[in-house]
Design a protein around this ligand. Structure first.
Ligand code: BV8
Ligand code: ZN
Length: 279
C-alpha cells in the first residue's frame, strides 16, 4: 500500500472507516506512540498546555548535564512524575492497541508497540489483555526507558525491580534533603538515577533496532499521540512509510508526520483509537 495524500480531517466517519479498513487487513504492524496516547490517563504531555514541567523545558531537565549540575532537582522532578503516574491507569486507547496487536499476532501476523512514553501504561494494558484474553501480548518496546526504573549513573547496576511510587527509589525511601542523602549505587557508590533515556543519550540499540526492523517490514503503522519531533524514535513511522506501509495517524494536531500519513485523523486517542481498531 503506498501512502497517498493524507485525509487530515476531523474524526469523520469516512476517515475512521478508511483507517479501519487499512488496519483490518494489516499483517505486519508497528504501533508508534507518544505522550498523547496517555493524555486521557492523566499523564501530562511534554509540549501540551498544563504540562508537568513547571517553568522548565524537558530538554533542560531530562539531560545528563542537568543531573550532574543538580541531581536533587532532577530527582525531585522524577519523584513528582512517578507519584503522579503511579495513580494513572491505561485508557481505552492503550487497551484497544493491546488487544488489536495481540489479535494480529494470533492470526499469524506480527506486531510491536514502540512507545516513547516512560509511563508503563502500554505494558500494563498488554498484561491485562493477556490475562483476560489468554493470547500472547505484542512486545512493547519502551524506547526511552521507564520512569519507575532506577539505575546507576556510573556503572551498569540496575535496581532489581521498578519502584511503584514517587517516595521510594530502588525500594528505599527517597531523601531529597541534600545531595549527600540522594540514593547511591550499592556496587560503586555512584549516584542512582532514573532508568530513562535523556536527551543526548543513546537509546538501547537492540530496542531501537527492533523498532526500525519492524517498520521496514510493516504493511501498516498506527502512529498515536506523538509530535514526531524527537529522534531517532520519530523516524520509525517515516521508515514504515518508506517501506510502503499504510500510515494511520491519530493526533489532536497536525505533526511533521501528517503529510506522509495515508489517513490522519484529528481527535483524542482514547476516543478515536478504539473506533479505528474496531474495539
Ligand atoms: C540521541 C525520556 C544521540 C525522559 C525523552 C536536531 C535534530 C534531530 C535530533 C536532534 C537535534 N538536536 C538534538 C537532537 C537529538 C534529540 C532530539 O531529537 N531532540 C529534539 C528535541 C529535536 N534526541 C536525543 O537526544 C535522543 N538521543 O539523539 O542520542 C547519541 C547517539 C549515540 C551516542 C550518544 C548519543 C534521546 C531522545 C530521548 C529523550 N527522552 N523521554 C523523560 O521522559 O523524562 S523524550 C520525551 O519527549 C518523550 O519520551 C518523547 O519522546 C518526547 C515528547 O514527545 P511526544 O511523546 O510526542 O510528546 P509531545 O508532548 O511532544 O507531543 C504530544 C503529541 O500528542 C502532540 O502531537 C499532541 O498534539 C498530541 N496529543 C495531545 N493530547 C492528545 C494528543 N493526541 C491524541 N489524543 C490526545 N488526547
Ligand atoms: Zn554503580
Amino acid at each position: 500500500m503506498t501512502p497517498d495524500s493524507a485525509d487530515a480531517v476531523a474524526p469523520s466517519s469516512q476517515a475512521i472507516d478508511r483507517a479501519r479498513a487499512l488496519l483490518a487487513e494489516a499483517r505486519r504492524v508497528v504501533v508508534f506512540t507518544g505522550a498523547g496516547v496517555s493524555a486521557a490517563s492523566g499523564v501530562p504531555t511534554f509540549r501540551g498546555a498544563g504540562g508537568l514541567w513547571r517553568s522548565f523545558r524537558p530538554e533542560e531537565l531530562a539531560t545528563p548535564e542537568a543531573f550532574a549540575r543538580d541531581p536533587r532537582l532532577v530527582w525531585e522532578w522524577y519523584a513528582l512524575r512517578r507519584a503522579l503516574v503511579a495513580e494513572c491507569r491505561p485508557n481505552a486507547a492503550h487497551r484497544a492497541i493491546a488487544r488489536w496487536a495481540a489479535a494480529v499476532i494470533a492470526r499469524g501476523g506480527s506486531a510491536v508497540v514502540a512507545t516513547q512514553n516512560v509511563d508503563g501504561l502500554h505494558q500494563r494494558a498488554a498484561a491485562a489483555a493477556e490475562a483476560e484474553d489468554r493470547i500472547p501480548a505484542a512486545p512493547v518496546l519502551a524506547l526511552h526507558g521507564s520512569l519507575f526504573a532506577t539505575r546507576c549513573s556510573r556503572c551498569d547496576w540496575r535496581a532489581p525491580e521498578d519502584d511503584r511510587d514517587g517516595a521510594h527509589v530502588a525500594g528505599r525511601p527517597l531523601d531529597l534533603t541534600a545531595r549527600e542523602t540522594l540514593p547511591r549505587c550499592p556496587r560503586c557508590g555512584g549516584l542512582q538515577r532514573p532508568g530513562v533515556v535523556w536527551f543526548g543519550e543513546a537509546l538501547d540499540e537492540g530496542m531501537i533496532g527492533a523498532a526500525y526492523d519492524a517498520a521496514a517490514r510493516a504493511d501498516a503503522c498506527l502512529a498515536v499521540g506523538t509530535s514526531a519531533l524527537v529522534h531517532p524514535a520519530a523516524g520509525i513511522a517515516t521508515a514504515a512509510a518508506r517501506a510502503g506501509a499504510a500510515i494511520v495517524e491519530v493526533n489532536a494536531d497536525e505533526t511533521p508526520l501528517t503529510a506522509r500519513a495515508t489517513v490522519s485523523i484529528r481527535g483524542r486517542a482514547a476516543e478515536v483509537v478504539p473506533l479505528v481498531l474496531g474495539a
